[in-house]
Ligand binder design. Structure first.
Ligand SMILES: Nc1ncnc2c1ncn2[C@@H]1O[C@H](COP(=O)(O)OP(=O)(O)OP(=O)(O)O)[C@@H](O)[C@H]1O
Length: 304
């Protein structure tokens, strides 16, 4: 479990993280989303004791990171895959981390196997591809078999098989009851991986909700209705405050209410239905709506 209370970081007069209060639950993959510069890495760095909060607290399993005796056995993290001594082999890098945390040699071999680096364990970290470096970073995070795992952009540089492997790994870590906190800009991937989402913009919390709720609240999530009495039903739905768009003689797209409510209203109105289905927004669409006013470093959309 990770708990943030009023977590704030200022650099001069710039507020990188602004009063974040959150609880990240075990058994869940929580996706951490936000535009460039939103404060995701700074938040993760404060949880790991690498940056000092200006105010507020970040606790892992109820205590600040610096009070944890064997940190790698409590929280594993991948922040910057390239932050490894370039002259050290993969195995030597992991052995050095293991020694400081009371972790066995055999565990090093085990995680090398898990991340698919056993065959190149003797290779120097400095000559690894970005994807292999990511795998080494993930191995380091897994080393202490921790209950809490944090990954900053873990699929960066991975090929499609690697991306899928990370997705399956995150899911299985959560299924084992661990707390998994992962940042990414790849919305399609997050939609497949995360149960819960935390969205921030300009350091502030925008949303802390289950994935399904984030998608449901999008204005692009709608209910599609086909009925031979679409006109009558439109009047009825509008009277109930529901957004209605006619899309052809017999079809309606309704927004602002769930499928159950629309079905009930149709039933009450005695209107026969030939289709009642949900058209879900993608996470990408929901995310864009949520963060539209928080994008600092965006480019203007090209008009075609
Ligand atoms: N050491 C630092 N000194 C000054 N400003 C910093 C420092 N580290 C981060 N910042 C600023 O804090 C803000 C948040 O940065 P951060 O790297 O946490 O964002 P992010 O959400 O991880 O972005 P990205 O998606 O681009 O990785 C940015 O405006 C950044 O310029």
């Amino acid at each position: 479990m990770i708990s943030l209370k009023g977590l704030t970081k200022r650099y001069g007069d710039r507020v990188a993280v602004d009063d974040l209060t959150l609880e990240l639950k075990p058994g869940t993959v929580t996706g951490f989303l936000g535009p460039n510069g939103a404060g995701k890495s700074t938040t993760m760095r404060m949880i790991l004791g690498l940056d000092r909060p200006t105010s507020g607290t970040a606790l892992v399993g109820g205590v600040p990171y610096h009070e944890i005796r064997y940190p790698l056995r409590t929280v594993g993290a991948l922040l910057d895959a390239r932050a490894v001594h370039p002259g050290r082999s993969c195995r030597a890098h992991l052995l050095a981390l293991a020694r400081g945390n009371g972790i066995t040699r055999s565990r090093v071999e085990e995680v090398l196997e898990t991340v698919g680096l056993a065959g190149v364990a003797g290779r120097r970290a400095g000559v690894l591809s970005l994807g292999m470096s990511q795998r080494l970073g993930i191995a380091a995070a897994l080393l202490g078999d921790p209950d809490v795992l944090m990954f900053d952009e873990p699929v960066n540089g991975l090929d499609p098989d690697g991306v899928r492997w990370v997705r399956d790994l995150m899911r299985s870590l959560a299924e084992q009851g661990r707390t998994v906190f992962v940042s990414s800009h790849l919305m399609s991937e997050m939609q497949l991986t995360a149960d819960h989402l935390v969205v921030i913009g300009k350091g502030r919390l925008i949303m802390d909700a289950p994935l399904a709720a984030v998608i449901a609240q999008s204005s692009l999530t709608a209910v599609v209705v086909r009925s031979p009495h679409a006109g009558d039903l439109s009047v009825r739905l509008r009277a109930a405050g529901i957004g209605v768009e006619r899309v052809g003689e017999n079809a309606i797209v309704a927004t602002g209410a769930g499928i159950e409510r629309i079905g009930d209203l149709a039933y009450e109105a005695g209107v026969r239905l030939h289709e009642l289905s949900t058209r879900e927004a993608s996470l990408e669409q929901a995310y864009q709506e949520l963060t539209a006013s928080s994008v600092e470093y965006g480019v203007q959309r090209a008009s075609v």
